[in-house]
Structures are given as C-alpha cells and as structure tokens.
Design a protein around this ligand. Structure first.
Ligand code: ADP
Ligand code: MG
Length: 405
C-alpha cells in the first residue's frame, strides 16, 4: 500500500485545499435524516483547519442529472456542517462560477467553504474523459492541493474523484485511510474465527463478494432475499420468495466450493413466510423444508430468517473475532420482518473482536433499529465502494492516490 497521506502534501497553511467529501446524505422535506456522512468528514476537515488551510469542500448530493435543482442543493448540508464544526461555513451557490470564485477568494486561513452540488454540472459524471478533465481543470484552478476523502465515491471514475486528483498535488484524507485500514483487515490475514454474514436482496449483487471472500473465511452465513436461491440450489421449494433461477447453478457451485475449502456455509433452517408483501400481511415461521405448507401455499413469501436461524447466526457471530456483515437478513423496513436483522446486528455489538457493517441498506438498518455507530467496530460510509474493494476490484479513486492494493 502506497496511498499518499495528508502529510505528503507538506504544510498547507494559507493554501487553498479542495476536499472531495461524500456529503450525499438522505434528506426529507429539506431536513437531513441521517448526518452520518457529514460527521465522518469531520476529522479531515478539522485537521486542515488546524493547519490553517483555506478549506474548500466539494461533494455531490443525489442524482440531479447535470442541471441545478434546488431539491438537491447542498445548502442545508453546509449549515449542518457548520453546526458540527462549531464554526461558520461559507456557501457558494455554484461550483466553478462567480459565486465559488468570490467565496474562495475571500477565505481566510482556517476558514471553510462548501461549494454547490458537483452534479449540477454534467461534466462531473460525463462519459467523456475530455469533458471530465476540463471540469477538473476548472476546479483545480482555484486550489493549491486536493484531498480526496469521499470514500463512498472512490469506485467511480468521476471528475472530482479521479481527474481532479491528477490535476493537483493530491492525497487521501483520514476517512479514506480509516476505511481502507478496516477493509484490509477483512481481506488480508483477518483474525480468526472469521465470519461473514450476507443478506440483502439479490444474490447477483453479491456474487463477486462471495467469490472473493469464500476462500478467506471460516464461516459464511446466508440470509436475506438471496437465501432462497441457495435453498433452491439444495432442492427446496421456496414459494413466491425472491428467487434468481438463472443463478441456481452458480450458487450450487459455491456450496461445493465451500465444502472443498472446509468453509462452513450455513443456510437458514427456518424462515418467516408471509401471505403478501406488507406490514399487515399474515405470517408464520416455517422450517425451510415446508415453506409452501402454509395457508398461502406456493404464493407464500419468505421475508425474514426464522428465530431458530437468527439465534444460531447470533451465536456464531458472537464467538467470532472478525465479523463482516452486509445485507439485511429480512425486509427490516417492515417491523414484522425485522427480527432477523435485529438479532444479527445485536450479535455484532457483542463480539470481542472487529465487527464491520458494510452496505448502504445495512448501515441504514442498524440506525433505523436503534443501534448507534459506536456499538460497532466500523460502519462503512461507502456501500458500493466497500463491496467493490471486498470483491478485489481496483478502484480508480484510490489508484490515482497511489494505492496498489
Ligand atoms: P446493502 O445496501 O446493505 O448492500 P442490499 O441493497 O443488498 O443491502 O439489500 C437491502 C434490501 O434487501 C432491503 O431493502 C431489504 O428489504 C431486502 N431484503 C432482505 N431480505 C429480503 C427478503 N427475504 N425478500 C425480499 N427482500 C429482502
Ligand atoms: Mg443497497
């Protein structure tokens, strides 16, 4: 690993430092519903403020399609950032226009400005290398150095992530360094026993992670919507549960591979079957061999792992020294089907070793279920980025900072 770190930039006092953060927070009616990503950006910003840099924060928010759209303005996020930093934060109503130039030009040492949503400019995510490079050059013209700290976007080849890092002296911020430190512990010589718990909706989203982690783990626990494709591979009828028929052969291959490698791949023994998809649906716990033996027959839907499975998974997790969990165990958004996810999350808080939560919906799930971030070893701020890292893929936003995996 040769990731360039902040100190490689030398003294930043009095210099304009552009910082790419991932401040893509969920908003409801203009209010931030989860400021986790804003909080995660604080260590780097405070370090730069402490050095007396002139800090220029850039980020995207949502998918505004390359045009200014007030619903995706970063203004409320800049306000929240000011509250968390405990100091005024200036806001520019554009990214490379007069407002940005004016605000940046008037910054004093140790002051912070946030520029408007990068994705109001189509060049940020353009497929054309040239367009992205031109936009990055415009951004770079107002800065002396670049700090990349938006871990959630390092898997994207976008102007503010990739080309901007080439256009200025650049380094990784503290969040990226911390995320990588943890993710590396999950792939290189993890402390054992090492358990990975996978759930979520589709097995096809997680094939790369399963393939890359299978030879590294002691135990793999399978829950969520993907469990039904595994059950089908073992020959069980799964009613109308989420099933990817075109992946059954691939999954059967994993079952065989796990056996050869001596990895314990554990499938649920019971599931919660519902009459329909909804919080008011009738539901009952069934052993996996009789999913279709409910009053709803083949139309029954498996929406959570059952209590016996949840207890077994929890016990294995508690006894592990390294645990990585990605993907809710059931449809946690509906309270009757949240117990499996709750049990697994609770168990992660009770391990004596390193517990890591990855995946956007999994992170949202632990917070929605009332857990706090400090109960876990680490909650990754980058769902897609952390999964791609764990698939062993090379991430453009890290490569450009000197990372070689
Ligand atoms: P992450 O973002 O953490 O990687 P995913 O995006 O893979 O997780 O999956 C999250 C979704 O999976 C949740 O919205 C949840 O409702 C859904 N899910 C979990 N279990 C099931 C199930 N048995 N049937 C259908 N959907 C499920
Ligand atoms: Mg997701």
């Amino acid at each position: 690993m040769t990731l360039r770190t902040l100190d490689s930039l030398g003294s930043l006092a009095g210099r304009a430092v552009i910082v790419r953060c991932d401040l893509n927070v969920p908003l409801k009616d203009g209010e931030i519903t989860d400021d986790g990503r804003v909080r995660a950006s604080l260590p780097t910003l405070n370090a730069l403020i402490g050095q007396g840099a002139r800090v220029v924060v850039v980020s995207h928010l949502g998918r505004p399609d390359g045009v200014p759209d007030p619903r995706y303005s970063l203004a409320p996020v800049a306000k929240r950032l000011g509250e968390l930093l405990g100091r005024p934060v200036r806001f520019a109503s554009d990214t490379v226009g007069d407002s940005a130039k004016g605000v940046i030009g008037s910054l004093s040492d140790g002051e912070v400005a946030v520029l408007e949503n990068l994705r109001f400019n189509p060049a940020e995510t353009s497929k054309s290398d040239q367009e992205r490079a031109a936009f990055a050059a415009q951004l770079a013209s107002v800065g002396d150095a670049f700090v990349s700290d938006g871990f959630g976007v390092v898997h994207r080849k976008q102007a503010s992530v990739y080309e901007l890092a080439k256009a200025l002296p650049s380094a990784a911020g503290l969040l990226i360094a911390a995320e990588l430190d943890v993710l590396q512990r999950l792939t290189d010589a993890p402390e054992r026993p090492y358990t990975v718990a996978l759930g979520g909706s589709k097995v096809s989203d997680k094939l790369g992670v399963i393939e890359h982690l299978l030879p590294r783990v002691d135990t793999l626990l399978i829950g969520g919507g993907m469990l039904f494709t595994f059950l089908a591979a073992r020959g069980y009828a799964v009613g109308s549960s989420l099933l990817e028929s075109d992946r059954i052969d691939t999954v059967r291959g994993y079952l065989e591979r796990a056996h050869e490698l001596g990895v314990e791949l554990i499938l649920p023994t019971d599931v919660v079957v519902a009459s329909a998809f909804g919080a008011d649906a009738e539901h009952e716990v069934r052993p996996v061999a009789s999913i279709e033996e409910t009053p709803w027959g083949a139309s029954g839907l498996g929406l959570d792992i059952g209590p016996e499975t949840a207890a077994k998974f929890a016990e294995i997790i508690r006894e592990s020294v390294t645990v990585f969990w990605n993907g809710p165990m059931g449809v946690f958004e509906l309270e009757p089907f949240a117990d499996g996810t709750r049990a697994v999350a609770q168990a992660l808080t009770e391990t004596r070793g390193l517990s890591v939560v990855g995946g956007g919906d999994s992170a949202a799930a632990v917070r929605a279920l009332g857990f706090t971030d400090d109960q876990f070893g680490h909650i990754s701020t980058g769902g897609g980025a952390s999964l791609e890292f764990l698939e062993g893929k090379s991430l453009p936003g890290l490569e450009v900072l000197g990372w070689q995996g």
